[in-house]
Design a protein around this ligand. Structure first.
Ligand code: ATP
Ligand code: MG
Length: 570
């Protein structure tokens, strides 16, 4: 691309409403432009990077013997009602009526439609295995669009779906997809972890997330530095606690604790460790109130609760719901708990504890496990830094991550719902076993920028750089420099390099800043050194600047680019 007559917009100043580094740099560099909350335009540079990411993924999908298709976005609502997912998506689904008063939605994910498409082909075991994928726009009315293109309401996803006759077949397809994901993310230069995760609205047997490690990630990842254990904090486990012999029953006493509602306040007032207090929270779980008791220094995992109760919705009870049930906010406790009680496993490692007394301004001390009988005991609390690994007992570590990809073993959930059966070798009808696999392209682009930038701009890994080489003409008034740069532009293009020529009538400082902002890995300056038939070559990876003879330039660049391409960041 020659910049002079091309669409090219950059901004010197930071963007006001972009909280993430990636959002800021991508908008400033003219890659994307916000249109409304969670909806962005991809401008020429951004579109180019997006296409490079898409092609990396496409190549790997094809290598995994998956076939490309394209499904519609506009889908009859009935499809999601048939699978039982319409209510799970709730208001995150864009839904409306067409002119004939029929309910339609914009697809947030396509398990249902792929099952329908597959049913046209799959009749017998001879038609299996099968693997299909697409690049297509998904619509999700996210409650909190944020972080530039990391969490948006309209985005392109690569979604793939596999179909097998049994779990062994699924495992093979699943492994092929995971391999394709590993190769794709490595090529994009992402540093990531693969973690076990909640299956969420997808349901099924297994979910693994590819989490790009960054400080701004909305996900928290728990991992063991000594073995391969890693999981999303929402479902992460720790080594089970040893149960202790409980203290004596009925020895507890009531304390008047006016205005002491929080764990911190109570610990300070009575010089206690948070662990020896038991806090009790009230949740509304599918329209039923449940009290959940955990040790004072723990948080409750609503995902663990959801899984435990196999529930659709889990929310903290509102003050009105508590008042309606006559529950004293801040003073609820397990002894004579007025509603069903679930106690976290870890509470069983306490001989005695302080708890709420189910009365305003009152707590109990010296409560024993024998003083209450929960309806259920389960692991519902969240892991903390340096808890013991559930596999090898080493101290667990915690990092933040951006979920760039997700792979699911779905089993027969969708095939049963969408009537996708095959006849086996004995002519018996069996449900097809499915898997589904997603990658968000824009989110990958943003995650790459989060991981690869400096103060002045982006440092794109070579495979996703908008251009590999930038030729910068210091002064377009210098006709010789301009014509040499144009010649070099053609030479490099003929050598299949992705090259940009900055031939704008701009100050050279502006050109340098722009090249650095948009992250061109190799920048060549056509300026003073031309007197000696030389150009300045800036390598943005090692930040070196060297003088190169003009006639060596194309070969030097070729070698540098190939070397970068061989490098793996993952
Ligand atoms: P999240 O937990 O971040 O909301 P999800 O688990 O709902 O995402 P999936 O249904 O697993 O998302 O979608 C597959 C991939 O699509 C994700 O791994 C991510 O890369 C991308 N993706 C999902 N939601 C969004 C979004 N709102 N904006 C951009 N990309 C998204
Ligand atoms: Mg996901």
């Amino acid at each position: 691309m020659k910049l002079k007559n091309s669409y090219f917009v950059t901004y010197k100043e930071n963007v006001k409403d972009e909280e993430a580094v990636s959002g800021n740099l991508l908008v400033r560099g003219g890659f994307i432009k916000k249109n409304s909350a969670g909806v962005y335009m991809y401008l020429p540079l951004g579109f180019k990077v997006l296409k490079k990411i898409e092609n990396i993924v496409r190549e790997e999908m094809n290598a995994a013997a998956s076939q490309e298709v394209l499904m519609p976005s506009l889908i009859p609502e009935d499809v999601y009602i048939a699978s039982g997912r319409r209510h799970l998506f709730g208001s995150s689904m864009f839904a409306f009526k067409d002119r004939f008063d029929r309910n339609v939605v914009l697809g947030p994910t396509h398990e249902e439609l792929f099952a329908v498409a597959a049913s046209a082909h799959i009749k017998s075991y001879k038609n299996l295995p099968l693997s299909l994928y697409q690049f297509q726009t998904k619509f999700r009315d996210e409650p909190r669009p944020r972080f530039g293109v990391i969490r948006v309401r309209e985005f392109i996803m690569k979604d793939a779906y596999t179909f097998d006759k049994d779990l062994d077949g699924l495992q093979k397809n699943y492994d092929a997809m995971v391999k394709a994901y590993i190769q794709s993310f490595n090529k994009m230069g992402l540093h990531y972890r693969i973690v076990k995760a909640d299956t969420g609205v997808m349901g099924g047997l297994l979910s693994e997330e590819f989490q790009a490690i960054t400080d701004i990630g909305e996900d928290t990842i728990v991992f063991c530095p000594s073995c391969d254990y890693s999981a999303n904090l929402e479902i992460a486990k720790r080594q089970g606690c040893e149960r202790v012999t409980p203290g004596l029953a009925n020895q507890y006493t009531k304390l008047h604790t006016p205005n002491l509602k929080t764990i911190e306040q109570l610990c300070q007032a009575y010089n206690l460790e948070p662990k020896s207090l038991v806090k009790t929270l009230v949740y509304m779980i599918d329209e039923k109130l449940v009290a959940v008791s955990v040790c004072g220094d723990r948080e409750v995992s609503s995902v663990k609760l959801q899984k435990h109760f196999n529930a659709t919705s889990v929310e903290l009870a509102t003050p009105t719901q508590l008042a309606d049930a006559n529950i004293q906010m801040g003073y609820i406790g397990p002894v004579n708990c007025p509603i069903p009680l679930l106690v976290d496993e870890e509470v069983y490692s306490l001989t005695t504890m302080m708890t709420g007394a189910n009365e305003v301004d009152m707590h109990f001390v010296n409560v024993s496990l024998l003083d209450f009988s929960p309806h259920e005991v389960a692991d519902v609390s969240m892991v903390q830094l340096h808890d013991a690994c559930p596999h090898c007992h080493a101290p667990l570590e915690i990092q933040k991550g951006i979920e760039v990809g997700n792979t699911f073993k779905l089993g027969d959930k969708y095939s049963k719902a969408m009537n996708l059966y095959y006849s086996d070798e004995t002519n018996t009808l069996k449900p097809v076993i499915m898997g589904s696999y997603g990658i968000g392209l824009g989110r990958c682009m943003a995650a790459i920028v989060e991981q690869h930038h400096r103060e002045k701009g982006i440092v794109w890994p070579i495979h996703v750089a908008p251009y590999e080489v930038g030729l910068i003409v210091v002064s377009t008034k210098d006709e010789q420099a301009l014509s040499l740069a144009n010649e070099m532009y053609t030479t490099l293009q003929n050598m299949k390099m992705d090259v940009m020529l900055d031939d704008r009538d701009e100050r050279v400082g502006v050109k340098f800043n722009d090249a650095e902002l948009i992250g061109i890995p190799f920048q060549v300056v056509f300026g003073k050194a031309l007197q000696n038939n030389q150009v300045e070559l800036k390598n943005m990876y090692d930040q070196s600047t060297t003088l190169v003879d003009l006639h060596d330039l194309s070969q030097t660049l070729h070698t540098l680019i190939e070397k970068q391409k061989e490098k793996r960041h993952g």
